[in-house]
Design a protein. Sequence first.
Length: 186
Amino acid sequence: MSGDGDAPDFAMTRAVEILASIYERNRRSPQAPPPATDRPLVLFSETVAFDVTRTTRAQVERALGTAFAYPARGWHTYAVRGDRSQRLLLSAFYSGERLISAELYLPKVKRAPNLQARDLRFRVIPGEIEIGKPVTVLPEHFGPVSALAEKLGAYENMFEARFPGGAGYAMGNAGIIERLALYASS
């Protein structure tokens, strides 16, 4: 300390700066998702937007018609086009009339219904995230979630992004996105 007793000496100030920088560097664990984005993620096409914070069943059905019940009771599924004319499945789940979950994925099981694909392409915005793209295109608000990926088993790569009202996931294998999912907060 200096002679007047009020101001810390240089060594003490430097020690506090070093400790603060270590704290900032280690504040988040590597498994923790990055901070939430300031706006919802939306599964979007020019025909309809699947926004788990505001889309209704009536809006989806007005744009896409009646869905097929798959993969389980309560899910409403359509087939759409992906990159390179892939047939993707688009599944929605509702609570009452409100959309609470939307998933776009490359079917991986043989028992998936052979629905006629609509000529629609969906992507998650913001970020223009699409099935078939490398995980390296994910924006910085997506962070790895390896513990959850191990539990799910079907995907070796899993990334999460939080937003007001929900969370979004990008999942894939061999560094390629195969599933995009949005879920409303409970």
